[in-house]
Write a protein that binds this ligand. Structure first.
Ligand code: ARG
Length: 584
């Protein structure tokens, strides 16, 4: 609707330019907003206020001319001038009804396909394999996955990239330790030992610190590994297989859509690194600084005005995180054909990504018009407002956190519904517990830090997963109670009460909301939309009898509205990676 109004107004401006009312250079982006108060119509524009000066007219007079020049359109019932010169638009009700019918008849809820289908490469989760996944990887995995789902639903081609850290110096230490253990143990025992990756890492680190001989072996193993020694590679692969299977278990448990196919770790770029440096050199971008190969770009300086270089090769010849990222940028643009790349990585890496994006374009690794965006996020904090830690100060393992969420949800649900059988209780507890953890993260603006709080996220009130899941079951139960199928509603929409009009107007915004989630990488916009939709449904349900309405036509219309609400809520929750339940 917004786009439609914008093109109507643009056409009107063209007419006014052609007849000399407006100077030829008067055109500027048309701003259209939804009105807060429905008595002012559905949309408003300030265009007459913006152009009054260049036109040399009073805003209200210009508004009148704009309205007169608007092409006929059956989506617009009425226009009106308000205040100093705003133009208000009233959507035609038969137009709204036809949008609702279209959505109801379409599996895809009539969300428009993009004019230009893009290939979008999304880098998310990307843990370091030497250690077990911890809460820091939660945000990237969850937020990235929701945006990926929205992009795919809109019709874009998404390539997931799990850029795991599988190639650092810490691998020498792990390999040395693995080699020591392996003598006495079978493969099965080894894999059991690695099931506690965290413990394995600590034990290896301890050996490294206490034994000079071990440390020397570890260092030489890194060199051998990076030089492609077969024996080392074999051990390294074994280690990564186990480590990745831990990650996969977390993804499956969380309902994150990443699979083994999406893994393309740092090691995959090993063979490209020398070429990256050579190409930077050929472009004349390299300078040597204390033996290291660096790129200095004018726009990157610290507060004191000192240059902030990108180091691409250390004095000892080793490559860095940045070198790998440049190789990955080139691969994603060239081989994967990305039109757009999104990086869901901690906000603290903001400078790194800005530098990578500038440099990859400067070096010609990525075409100028490729859209590169770092979708940074804040820290997940504990109740004390400090980064989340266990009671004894250790990092919290994701799996422990999810277990606790599920247990807490189980207790809550059992308390509410003691009559449910064990199987159903477990299913609900999983959807509620895991859903609560995910939703708590998704519903906040990603750029801010947030406090992890079980009680809050598991509450059935407020903008939470339990509230939304429950709201959906309530709509679904209307159909169940009446023995009706929500996919078999018919009749004509008649929106009489304000509560049903408000609900209807919000329902047709689903596509617009998904579009902004995909553009901005902000799933919290979808959370807020669904939360408000659920609230609008509640007041509709309160004010407008559905099943015991005496008017059969009205009853059908309201059932249709309920059906579309249910489907929109369900689709929305699925895009957020929640598991909607039919009852709870
Ligand atoms: N492994 C890194 C970390 O845990 C994140 C990698 C993000 N992706 C990238 N292309 N740099 O901090």
């Amino acid at each position: 609707m917004k786009e439609r109004l914008i093109s109507l107004i643009e056409a009107a401006l063209d007419t006014l330019i052609a007849d000399g009312t407006l100077p030829p250079d008067a055109k500027r982006p048309v701003q259209i907003d939804r009105t807060k108060d429905k008595s002012h119509g559905d949309f408003a524009t300030n265009i007459a206020l913006m152009l009054a000066k260049p036109a040399g007219m009073k805003p209200r007079d210009l508004a009148e001319k704009v309205i007169a020049a608007l092409p006929e359109d059956n989506a617009v019932a009425k226009t009106e001038i308000a205040g100093p010169g705003f133009i208000n638009f009233f959507q035609a009700s038969d137009w709204l009804n036809s949008l609702l019918d279209k959505a109801l008849a379409d599996e895809h809820l009539s969300v428009a396909r993009p004019e230009q289908v893009q290939t979008v490469v999304v880098d998310y989760s990307s843990p370091n394999l030497a250690k077990e996944m911890h809460v820091g990887h939660l945000r990237s995995s969850i937020i990235g996955d929701a945006v990926v789902r929205a992009l795919e639903f809109l019709g874009h081609k998404v390539v997931r990239q799990n850029h795991v850290g599988d190639w650092g110096t810490q691998f020498g230490m792990l390999l040395a330790y693995l080699g020591e253990q392996k003598g006495e143990e079978s493969a099965a025992e080894l894999s059991r030992e690695l099931s506690d990756l965290e413990g394995f890492y600590r034990a290896a680190k301890q050996r490294f610190d206490e034994s000079e001989e071990f440390a020397t072996r570890a260092r030489s193993l890194v060199v051998k590994l990076q030089a492609g020694d077969e024996e080392c590679l074999k051990l390294w692969r074994e280690f990564n297989t186990v480590s990745l299977s831990h990650c996969q278990a977390v993804y499956d448990r969380l309902g994150v859509s990443l699979t083994a196919e999406d893994v393309r770790g740092e090691s995959a770029y090993n063979d490209d690194l020398s070429q990256v440096v050579a190409d930077l050199d050929a472009k004349g971008l390299l300078s040597e600084d204390q033996g290291a190969q660096c790129v200095f770009m004018d726009e990157y300086k610290n507060k004191e005005g000192d240059p902030l270089p990108v180091i691409v090769q250390k004095a000892d010849g080793g490559y860095l995180y940045a070198t790998t990222d440049l190789a990955a940028l080139r691969y994603r643009a060239g081989t994967l054909g990305a039109d757009r790349m999104l990086y869901f990585v901690d906000q603290r890496q903001a400078l790194h990504f800005q530098q990578m994006f500038s440099l990859s374009k400067l070096a010609g690794f990525v075409p100028e018009d490729t859209d590169l965006a770092h979708m940074g996020f804040g820290t997940m904090n504990g109740p004390d407002g400090r980064p989340f830690k266990t009671r004894d100060g250790g990092t919290v393992k994701l799996i422990d956190l999810l277990n606790e969420a599920e247990e807490r949800a189980y207790a809550l649900v059992k308390d509410k519904n003691p009559e449910l059988d064990e199987d159903e209780l477990r299913t609900i507890a999983r959807a509620v517990g895991i859903g609560a953890v995910k939703y708590a993260d998704l519903s906040k603006n990603r750029s801010s830090d947030y406090i992890f709080n079980f009680d809050q996220m598991l509450s059935f009130e407020g903008n939470t997963a339990p509230y939304l899941l429950y709201a959906y079951t309530r709509v679904a139960s209307i159909f169940r109670k009446a023995g009706l199928d929500m996919n078999q509603v018919s009749g004509e929409f008649q929106l009489q009460e304000e509560a049903e009009q408000a609900l209807a107007a919000r329902l047709v915004q689903f596509g617009e909301v998904l579009q902004s989630v995909a553009d901005k990488g902000l799933p919290n916009l979808l959370c807020l939309y669904l939360y408000e939709l659920a609230g609008l449904f509640s007041s509709f349900y309160e004010h407008c009898p559905i099943l015991n309405s005496d008017d059969e036509d009205l009853k059908q219309s309201r059932l249709k509205l309920a059906a579309l609400t249910a489907r929109t809520l369900k689709q929305g929750m699925e895009l957020l990676g929640l598991r909607p339940l039919e009852r709870m």
